[in-house]
Design a protein around this ligand. Structure first.
Ligand code: MCN
Ligand code: FES
Ligand code: FES
Length: 919
């Protein structure tokens, strides 16, 4: 331990710190300068970037003892305050560059050094700078960040005024469709948006710090657990096992009966008899410090009988595979598709048939903020859990029986959240925190490191999908047959629905009246399947959008035009037999056609023997909502100072706060309310149940519920002469001040498990993808050099938000196509090794063409938008690779070695066959 002086943000300060402490530890834990975020602790993400003597430094990699005595350290807290912001901070807010905001302080600090050195960088220089300094962002696709730096630089050069960066409301005061800044932006750019790990540092004295004892094998029987040695370790208060769980010790979620062959209660909170996957929680150590808890966790002895691990659907479906959940077959749910006529005759008389199998990977979410949370028992005896949950009321129902608490004695509140992309649709640590706080009776906090975050949270469920697609002599699709399995890991929660998604979206977008298919959900010992942006649709479109390209080729037609003539028309229904709510695909294709022609010409002109360019096309569609008659609730309350809106539109980083504000303001502005008069009280199970923020449903459902609540209030305030009562007048006239709004998709129906026919979603989002790629013919490395997309998400509620959602989704699509995977537990366990795209992996040239077709059922005509960009960017990239070099990829990611192998095979096939030698 050592007493050290540090000059932080211009002030000389003293700390007594451990010798091995990093600068990040000291700034965060001792000085509570939590604007320095820590996500990877490994130098990979740049979230912890601070400035030391005009250099960007990753504080997690910097031992305190290496910081020179006279060094000047600057953190985000030192560059601007809310009333005196740095131009970078204003530009970041103006461009919607802080989505979840966990990367924001690191990027701003990094950019500040660049602009202090060079006030007129090119966009490419900005991107190279971020790449060099390892600044990672998972939300924005990087383009809005570069836009922000360019604008801040213009301000610093005196070419723009800082006020000009701030977007304005419309003349009538409406903020609908503008780039109005989200309410949380100021806290995000000043480093004061407290994420869960920051909250943990501010918990009261006596808070116990938790660490998990986790499985290091993927499948085993537990013969015994010995906690005695661990309990004797320094600082340890108790080690909790299944014996300490007061409830059922299991989690369940949204499975269908009797079609699902299990009972749904298959995920243990703390394993008792069996390990089902790597990382499974076996015990929880509670100690005075996290360090002590983690040290003791290593001393819990678990006696195991290791079983064969089934790490894929292929393995778990082998006839000799044992049942992962004894008594339940590994293929535990079946989904059929039956639409139109028998497909066989169409295949017999088809002009062309494509018969392929595609495999969509176990894509990891790679949200930067590791999972974290806190729990305490409040003064009324209510167990209160703070977490990253994006399904507050859903999780409440999912964990109450498991932890053993009465529903009215459990409350869950969402912490500011550093991205989830859907993994938090499953409760992760909520139940563990609940078990611990009930057993210990003390406040607790649990923070995963990035390794735990990657290895012990849900992943996209891989799908192996065989598709047969037929067309007639005119190139019109006649029939489709599909057969698939979905590897859902060991736990059944939400597995039936993602299996159904294959039926709903394979072949979607096309006039295709005859479909037969069957799929099954398979239990394996790999990571459990959780929701991931696009939920099921990327697997489906990988198959049908690859098949469409191949069928076009067989018919000798251009893949664009072949698609065009098969798009939904007035007589079409979706694969589930639902009438599309709008017909927009032809218009989207018409909009993007000139870009396609330009791209083809450009690729031809720029291709060389060493680097070949190609252009690809695909379409993607996704439904807004959970299946069937989904609903949402919100509340509006008139207060002496304005209006407070309550809902549970959970915020991953997508902008729930701004969505809520815009919906409410668009109604309330008629009574003279300004955005600043509207207060938001969101994301607490004590408030209205708005359902989870998944299925791109919130903008539609919670947007509508919020609009309805605001309208009810407005109606109550309206006087006969058309003016509005004040708060005082409402009170004087004894008119209620609080209004509960509800919105139900009443006309929707569930899809059946045998035919998949139904009308599951009230509104769909539509997108066309047009990437251009460059393939290195030597190494097989693929670079997406430009991405154009045409999108219809209805009326745009906030332009900066939607732009950001689309750019960010496309970047994830590039990762899905080319680099991201979570397959090999030894290899895929850091952000970088899982293939997360860095700035240079995503093109700066991303162009969005919008068509705003108002949706009758959407609030102010809007659909959702979050998942549209990750429905089908990847098959378009694969189609572009084929267009560039002739290699067809059926399994993603298309790593350089995979493409290279394809190139080698092509070359071998094209090589002249040697003449046989004759004696
Ligand atoms: N929006 C809009 N105009 C429209 C449609 C939507 O301005 N016509 C805005 C909404 O107001 C909202 C955002 O776009 O701010 C997304 O709306 P919506 O599509 O309804 O999605 P949800 O709010 O339900 O958010 C969930 C969705 C999903 S399912 C995942 S997964 C996801 C996503 O959004 N995860 C994200 N976007 C994400 N963005 C970030 N930064 N981080 C994540 O983890
Ligand atoms: Fe320091 Fe990631 S680089 S936390
Ligand atoms: Fe960059 Fe979320 S805003 S990681």
């Amino acid at each position: 331990m050592k007493r050290t002086s540090l000059n932080v943000n211009g002030v000389e300060r003293w700390v007594v710190a451990e010798k091995r402490a990093t600068l990040a530890d000291v700034l965060r834990e001792q000085m509570l300068l939590t604007g320095c975020k820590v996500c990877c602790e490994d130098g990979q993400c740049g979230a912890c970037t601070v400035i030391i003597d005009e250099k960007p430094v990753r504080a997690c990699l910097t031992p305190l003892e290496k910081v020179a005595a006279n060094a000047r350290i600057t953190t985000i807290e030192g560059i601007g305050t809310p009333d005196r912001l740095h131009p970078l901070q204003v530009a970041w807010m103006a461009h919607g560059s802080a989505q979840c905001g966990i990367c924001t302080p690191g990027f701003i600090m990094s950019a500040k050094v660049l602009l202090d050195r060079k006030q007129n960088p090119t966009r490419e220089e900005v991107r190279s700078w971020f790449q060099r300094n390892r600044n990672l962002c998972r939300c924005t696709g990087y383009k809005p960040l570069v836009d922000a730096v360019m604008d801040a630089a213009a301000v610093m050069r005196g070419e723009k005024r800082i006020e000009d960066l701030v977007p304005k409301a419309k003349e009538d005061g409406s903020i609908l469709g503008t780039e109005f800044i989200r309410p949380s932006a100021l806290a995000k750019v000043t480093g004061t948006w407290d994420f869960g790990a920051d909250v943990a540092l501010r918990m009261p004295e006596g808070t116990l710090r938790l660490a998990l004892v986790q499985a290091e094998v993927s499948h085993a029987l537990i013969k015994g657990i010995d906690v005695s040695e661990a309990e004797a370790m320094p600082g340890v208060v108790k080690v909790l096992t299944w014996k300490d769980v007061k409830g059922k010790n299991a989690i369940t979620g949204l499975i269908t009966f009797p079609t699902n062959k299990g009972d749904g209660w298959d995920r243990p909170i703390l394993c008792k008899d069996k390990i089902f996957q790597f990382g499974d929680a076996i015990a929880i150590v509670a100690a005075d410090t996290e360090e002590h808890a983690r040290a003791a966790a290593k001393h819990v002895k678990v006696d195991l009988e290791v079983l064969p691990a089934y790490m894929s659907g292929f393995a778990a479906l082998e006839p000799d595979a044992i049942e992962i959940h004894p008594g339940v077959p590994n293929a535990y749910y079946e989904q059929g598709v039956v639409k139109g006529q028998d497909t066989r005759p169409f295949f017999e008389k088809a002009a062309a048939v494509v018969d392929i199998t595609t495999y969509c990977s176990r894509q990891p979410h790679l949200h930067l903020e590791p999972d974290c949370g806190e729990a305490f028992i409040d003064d009324d005896g209510v167990v209160t859990i703070l977490s990253k949950s994006i399904g507050l009321h859903l999780h409440h129902a999912m964990i109450c029986p498991g932890i053993g608490v009465a529903p009215e004695k459990l409350r869950i509140i969402q912490n500011p959240t550093g991205g989830t992309f859907g993994y938090k649709f499953s409760p992760t640590m909520e139940a563990l925190l609940g078990v611990a706080v009930l057993a210990l009776g003390k406040p607790v906090s649990l923070i995963y490191d990035q390794y735990q975050n990657i290895t012990y949270t849900g992943k996209r469920s891989p799908v192996n999908l065989n598709i047969r697609l037929a067309c007639d002599d005119d190139g019109k699709l006649t029939a489709m047959e599909t057969d698939w399995w979905l590897d859902h890991g060991p736990y059944s929660e939400f597995g039936d629905l993602v299996t159904l998604r294959q039926a709903q979206f394979t072949g979607a977008g096309y006039h295709l009246e005859n479909i037969r298919g069957r799929g099954r959900t398979v239990a394996t010992n790999h990571a459990w399947g959780s929701a991931f942006r696009g939920y099921g649709s990327p697997q489906a479109f990988l198959a049908s959008e690859t098949a469409m390209d191949m069928l076009a080729e067989k018919m000798g037609e251009d893949p664009f035009e072949f698609r065009y003539k098969n798009l939904y028309n007035e007589n079409s229904t979706t694969p589930t037999g639902q009438k599309p709510e709008v017909l927009v695909l032809k218009q989207l294709f018409d909009m993007i056609r000139p870009k396609y022609e330009e791209a083809k010409a450009r690729c031809k002109a720029l291709s060389t023997a060493e680097k070949k360019r190609g252009v690809g096309i695909s379409l993607g569609i996704y439904g807004c909502g959970l299946d069937g008659p989904d609903s949402s609730n919100a509340r509006a309350e008139l207060t002496p100072t304005g209006v407070t809106i309550y809902n549970a539109w959970e915020d991953h980083g997508q902008g729930a706060d701004l969505g809520t504000l815009t919906m409410a303001h668009e109604v309330l502005r008629h009574a003279g309310f300004k955005p600043s008069d509207i207060k938001l009280d969101l994301n607490d199970t004590r408030g209205p149940d708005s359902g989870p923020a998944g299925g791109s449903r919130s903008n539609v459902f919670t947007g509508q519920a919020t609009r309805v609540a605001a309208e009810m209030l407005l109606n109550a305030m309206r006087k006969e002469d058309g003016t509005y009562r004040t708060y005082k007048e409402m009170v004087a006239e004894n008119i209620p001040l609080v209004y509960d709004g509800k919105w139900v998709a009443a006309a929707c129906t569930d899809c059946t498990s045998d035919t998949a026919q139904g009308a599951p979603f009230p509104i769909y989002m539509y997108e066309v993808f047009l990437p251009e790629v460059e393939v290195d013919m030597e190494t097989g490395k693929v670079q997406v050099v430009k991405f154009t997309t045409a999108v219809d998400v209805g009326t745009i509620i906030n332009k900066a938000t939607v732009d950001g959602q689309i750019y960010g989704g496309l970047a994830q699509g590039i990762g899905l196509a080319l680099s991201e995977d979570f397959e090999d537990l030894e290899m895929h366990n850091t952000l970088r090794d899982c293939g997360i795209p860095y700035p240079k992996d995503v093109p700066d040239e991303m162009e969005i063409l919008y068509l705003e077709t108002p949706r009758e059922l959407g609030p102010f005509g809007s659909a959702g938008c979050g998942e549209a960009p990750l429905t089908a960017p990847h098959p378009a990239i694969l189609n572009a690779i084929y267009n560039a070099c002739g290699v067809r990829i059926f399994r993603i990611p298309a790593l350089p070695e995979v493409v290279k192998m394809g190139l080698d095979q092509l070359r071998a096939a094209q090589a002249p066959v040697a003449e046989p030698e004759h004696a």
